[in-house]
Design a protein around this ligand. Structure first.
Ligand SMILES: Cc1cc2nc3c(=O)[nH]c(=O)nc-3n(C[C@H](O)[C@H](O)[C@H](O)COP(=O)(O)OP(=O)(O)OC[C@H]3O[C@@H](n4cnc5c(N)ncnc54)[C@H](O)[C@@H]3O)c2cc1C
Ligand code: SF4
Length: 522
């Protein structure tokens, strides 16, 4: 600045949230280090509006602090509020309001956020300061919410498959001469293998990242400030920088992706990682872009390192499901969060927060969830999610639990998966039928039934697997509502044929499970 020149008012304040850690994000377009500045804040409310696990809090804070370093190294002026700063106001809204009053920027810019609640709060603050919050499209994703809305317009039901094919074609992913590579869009039928009685054998070790000094500082902070929150930080090893996330991606493609497709739905006790990428948190924090992850899988396929069923299965999760659930969230909010199509009213069992249950499959998944903040998709859908659905837990309580415990949980992706796909709370918008099954499904996919006090083949009696009892009870309770669903026709027929005496026995046992009779569950 020339000597004697008037101090000019800050031109742009760029707001960066904890899940927007991308230095190339649209919010930085046109950023001028002389006239513009960045704002970030760690606040208590983001760890307490749901009872966040220690792993989740630590991951967000550690990644934010590393990103702050990267911004400063790139010469960007940064106003950063730490959680332990004296006078921290505790919420994003209060902190931003104070910053706007002090810095008086001419405009406020951000990349589209991932949470309706946060967006509303920040918008109100910026408007309250007489400014307009400029929200830019998030280039991290392949498509925009507007494109999803155009796809959804006029359709009675939304289905992933059509949306996914459109995106494959539009972005030329795994396409050959206008046709899907290998002549098929879908290899799902090849991707449902279980390991068999011998188990998975040696699985490649997980990519772990020794915490740097900054991360250790965060771990100590979380251990004291959030001491009573769920989970543990011993063994925290998630990637917290872009460089680490890129390493994790490379390791996944080399070591796990080849078998990802075959064993996508399989589980095994004591084996949390199997052939999954463990990249969801790095993706959701925006340390990696969806395009580079999809591209890495496609390149490996073309190089002959990965079979098509694995490359396609993996691409479908990211280019398909991840984009799809984002579209659902932003086109259905805010009403979506309150939906409860099955009128489920039970409370979530308290042992979801401790893992203290006598059901071996749930004990295993809950233990790894609390230890690592991680479970793979089939564990989330067909173990923790399925039990809550069959028990009849309020979807809003299930949602609060999933949002709290997983390191990759951000509302835009967590809510449709939980309330829609897993709990059928949206009445079929997201999934064409409720994902319900007996304990035999868990047994078939590798669950620890052999070491459990319950028997998945039984639906009544003291040794009946609670999943099996509750499955029949669920079908009985929702018999009328599900009768019109063609995809439930077989189950509807089976339950219609159940003799009255069996129905009564199932209902009695289900009631006992619901009230948590001693020695039954929990
Ligand atoms: C009840 C429930 C809650 C969930 N909550 C979340 C959540 O909060 N955050 C989250 O990122 N995912 C969520 N998922 C989706 C999925 O379970 C996780 O993305 C996955 O388990 C993360 O592990 P991974 O990275 O090893 O995934 P992989 O199995 O390696 O899959 C690759 C990638 O595909 C994406 N993906 C896979 N399935 C989905 C899906 N259904 N929706 C969106 N993206 C998907 C993820 O980015 C993932 O990293 C949820 C699923 C269920 C059933
Ligand atoms: S018997 Fe039922 S409760 Fe026990 S591990 Fe198998 S599915 Fe889970």
């Amino acid at each position: 600045m020339p000597v004697g020149a008037p101090v000019t008012r800050l031109r742009t304040l760029v707001v960066v949230l904890g899940d927007q850690l991308d230095i190339e994000a649209a919010a930085f377009d046109g950023f001028d280090p002389v006239q513009d500045a960045v704002w970030m804040a760690e606040v208590e409310e983001e760890s307490t509006h749901v009872w966040s696990s220690k792993q989740r809090i630590a991951l967000f804070l550690a990644a934010m602090r590393h990103f702050a370093q990267a911004l400063q190294a790139a010469g960007r002026t940064l106003h950063y509020r730490r959680l332990d700063d004296p006078g921290n106001r505790g919420s994003l809204a209060a902190e931003l309001q104070a910053t706007l009053a002090t810095l008086a920027p001419q405009r406020v810019v951000m990349t589209a956020p991932g949470d309706w609640r946060v967006w509303q709060a920040l918008k109100a603050v910026v408007e309250g300061a007489g400014l307009v919050l400029e929200v830019r499209d998030d280039r991290h994703f392949f498509g925009t919410v507007r494109e999803f809305a155009a796809h959804a317009k006029g359709r009675k039901a939304l289905r992933l498959e059509y949306f996914y094919r459109e995106l494959r074609q539009r972005h030329g992913v795994l396409m050959q001469d206008g046709q899907p590579a290998g002549g098929r869009w879908n290899f799902d039928a090849d991707n449902r293998e279980a390991f068999g009685p011998a188990g998975p054998g040696a699985v490649p070790p997980r990519a772990t990242f020794e915490p740097h000094a900054l991360t250790r500082e965060v771990i100590a902070l979380v251990e004291t400030r959030f001491a009573r929150h769920p989970g543990t930080l011993a063994g925290f090893a998630w990637p917290v920088t872009r460089a680490q996330a890129l390493q994790a991606l490379e390791r996944f493609v080399l070591q796990r992706l080849p078998l990802f497709g075959r064993f996508e739905d399989a589980m095994w006790p004591g084996e949390p990682w199997l052939y999954h990428s463990q990249l969801s948190a790095a993706l959701n924090l925006k340390l990696l872009t969806a395009r580079e992850v999809v591209n890495a899988a496609e390149v490996a396929y073309h190089a002959g390192q990965v079979p098509l069923q694995s490359a396609e299965g993996f691409v479908r999760q990211i280019l398909g499901w991840r984009e799809y659930v984002r579209g659902i969230y932003w086109t259905q909010m805010p009403g979506y969060a309150d939906r409860n199509a099955l009128d489920a009213r039970q409370d979530l069992p308290a042992w979801y927060w401790t893992g203290n249950t006598d059901m071996a499959c749930l004990r295993d998944v809950l233990a790894q969830t609390l230890r690592h903040g991680y479970a793979h998709h089939i564990q989330r859908l067909m173990v923790t999610g399925l039990f809550a659905l069959l028990l009849g837990v309020r979807p809003q309580q299930v949602h609060a639990w999933y949002l709290a415990v997983y390191v990759d949980a951000v509302e835009w992706v967590e809510l449709p998966n939980t309330l829609g796909m897993s709990q059928y709370g949206d009445g079929g918008l997201m999934a064409s039928k409720p994902y319900v099954a007996t304990g035999k499904y868990i047994q078939r996919m590798g669950g620890p039934c052999a070491g459990c006090r319950y028997d998945p083949a039984l639906r009544t009696g003291g040794r009946a697997c609670p999943y099996s009892t509750l499955y029949w009870d669920f079908l009985m309770r929702h018999e009328k509502q599900l009768a019109g669903n063609a995809r439930m026709a077989l189950q509807a027929k089976n339950v219609a044929q159940l003799p009255q005496a069996d129905r009564s026995a199932v209902a009695r046992r289900a009631d006992a499970i619901r009230i948590g009779a001693p020695g039954t569950v929990g």
